[in-house]
Ligand binder design. Structure first.
Ligand code: 13P
Length: 331
């Protein structure tokens, strides 16, 4: 049995983890741990679904709280994405559209990308996956986090004027005009409610109160916040970068528990604090409480499996096509 924990888990659960990581590292761990009969995933539902897809049929993936969802993943459902695909296929006739979904999405959306020659990305490899997408196609449909899509493609040299936002609440996603020939990115209108809470004002305040501080944020933050920061990257990138850097004062724009754990870890050596005074936190990640973790473990000890995560077989096959494309790109 292994216990995996995402960096956003609170300390009282995180301390029991055999492996911790960002979404990319944890999905690789799940794929590599062929000997573990039980994979207890202290994270949110889409992460456990990915683990389920990548591990062996004999292994069991368990989420301590089966209702731990992700509000970002909920921004796009299969019906909406199919409608969007029809709109884009019509408006971009003659162009090859490559669907890329952030791993923070439902299994159905991942399967959609797999079926349509697309791929999955995480915040740790979005640049690499987008580079691949532009080698194979003309336009990328990026689901469901517009900010990760915008920040990553801008870093590759794609201008803001070459990006459009598709809003599923509007007729034709709001793309009623002809789409200009140089448009490269269609960004789904989704966002992470936690990372939306970091603002340009936070950056200005930190720059004036701590002129020596470096600002590092997650790429789910808004474009202006990322642009005004010193660095942006996945949770794993943030942790590694702070560990390796000689800089000793850091303002970090991501989830509360990860930042406070870093602050404790480097106490007396580096000053680390949250970029936002309100210290945004993800309630879904906290649903894997110690009591629920103990409950699933107790049940295993009694020979019962509770809160097992399943994925429909065909959805799993199609999603895995998109997942494998991503995992192959790490080589
Ligand atoms: P990471 O892949 O950077 O861990 O991000 C996961 C996530 O859900 C951030 O909100």
């Amino acid at each position: 049995m292994i216990i995996l924990a995402h960096h956003y888990q609170a300390d009282d659960v995180f301390r029991f983890a055999d492996f911790s990581g960002d979404s990319l590292k944890l999905s690789q761990q799940a794929a590599d741990q062929k000997d573990a009969e039980f994979i207890i995933f202290c994270g949110v539902y889409f992460m456990a679904e990915v683990a389920r897809m990548l591990c062996e049929p004999t292994q069991k993936v368990i989420l301590p709280d089966i209702s731990a969802g992700c509000s970002l993943a909920d921004y796009a459902n299969y019906q909406q994405v199919s409608e969007c695909w029809a709109v884009l296929s019509d408006k971009l006739a003659g162009k090859k559209i490559v669907p890329i979904t952030y791993i923070n999405s439902s299994a159905e959306i991942k399967a959609f990308c797999g079926k349509n020659d697309g791929a999955i990305c995480t915040s740790g490899n979005a640049d690499r996956v987008l580079r691949w997408a532009f080698e194979t196609g003309d336009v990328v449909l990026f689901l469901p986090d517009q900010h990760l899509g915008r920040n990553s493609s801008y870093r590759m040299g794609i201008g803001l004027e070459q990006m459009l936002v598709y809003n599923p609440e509007l007729r034709e996603g709001g793309l009623t005009e002809t789409i200009a020939d140089d448009v490269k990115m269609i960004l789904w209108n989704g966002c992470c409610d936690i990372h939306m809470q970091f603002t340009v004002d936070d950056i200005r305040r930190v720059r004036s109160e701590y002129p020596e501080a470096k600002i590092i944020v997650h790429p789910e933050c808004k474009f202006d916040v990322v642009k005004l920061s010193d660095l942006a990257g996945s949770t794993e990138f943030i942790i590694k970068h702070i560990a390796q850097s000689r800089e000793s004062v850091w303002a970090v724009g991501t989830e509360r528990d990860m930042v406070s754990r870093l602050a404790k870890q480097y106490e007396g050596e580096k000053t680390i604090f949250n970029l936002s005074r309100s210290e945004p936190y993800c309630p879904m990640m906290k649903q894997s409480s110690p009591a629920k973790l103990l409950w699933v473990l107790d049940n295993i000890a009694d020979g019962n499996v509770v809160n097992e995560v399943f994925v429909d077989e065909q959805i799993s096959i199609d999603s895995k096509a998109a997942l494998q494309r991503m995992l192959e790109l790490r080589r």
